[in-house]
Design a protein around this ligand. Sequence first.
Ligand SMILES: Nc1nc2c(c(=O)[nH]1)N[C@@H](CN(C=O)c1ccc(C(=O)N[C@@H](CCC(=O)O)C(=O)O)cc1)CN2
Length: 282
Amino acid sequence: MSDWILTLSCDNRPGIVAAVAGRLAALGGNITEAHQFDDAMTGRFFMRVAFELEAPVEALEEGFAEDVALFGFDWTLRPAGAPRRVLILVSKFDHCMGDLLYRTRIGELNMEVAGIVSNHPSEVLNLTLHNGIPYHHFPVTRENRREQEARIKAVIEETGAELVVLARYMQILSDEFAEYLSGRCINIHHSFLPGFKGAKPYHQAHERGVKMIGATAHYITGDLDEGPIISQDVEHVSHADTPDDLVRKGRDIERRVLAQAIAWHIEDRVLLNGSKTVVFPK
Ligand SMILES: Nc1nc2c(c(=O)[nH]1)N[C@@H](CN(C=O)c1ccc(C(=O)N[C@@H](CCC(=O)O)C(=O)O)cc1)CN2
């Protein structure tokens, strides 16, 4: 018996759920979790199915090919529980990176950290939690940005990293690199988007006199901080809070929002829906 996760999206029409459930039942598959969403605004249909399978997965893939052709599925099929290989990018502030390394070490996040890439030397970061994970110092300037990104791309391909996490990596990726990473690069932005895009959002928020601050985890695109949102959260602040108070209070929001987004992504619980996402939480 093996466990699998199937995700699919397609133009909505009658018979999709019946076709998938019938295909699995015909092979003795047992559905253990199922989610679906019919986006009436766009006419798109989304589904995530977790199931146990006695038969070889090749038998399912062969039969499912007929459904893919009939319904035009955009689909993924992955063994459930397989750890995902993740590359973490960080600049100077390592609170999110440290949190991810801890959550991974205790088994809360089912992932393997393939490496850490920073545009700063390791001495700048408190890497006590990184216990032997390869660290790559790739300095970046406006002049060498393309070459620096090529070095990151080489690490991605050499390590088989399936997900890249910008854990407070404060460099804007080129359009080409963002396209290469489409759907598999998650950034934590330290504001409740779409408010306060760009650099220094806590200082922007303080200047605005906000009564709440937040954080947003999103897939990156060529448009800065405009990518599909995966997870967000907020906290109350007051007139007495300085920018440094907002930075301090924001760290916990950033950590939990990024960890939640990654946890959902590595379990195939996030499906892209144009410039938005569909999230099927546990
Ligand atoms: N192509 C994309 N790249 C990045 C995105 C994105 O959405 N698309 N998100 C940012 C993260 N970010 C805020 O969360 C951010 C990072 C950096 C900057 C910025 O102005 N950086 C300056 C250099 C700053 C420095 O050297 O300290 C720059 O790159 O010129 C704004 C927002 C990550 N990348």
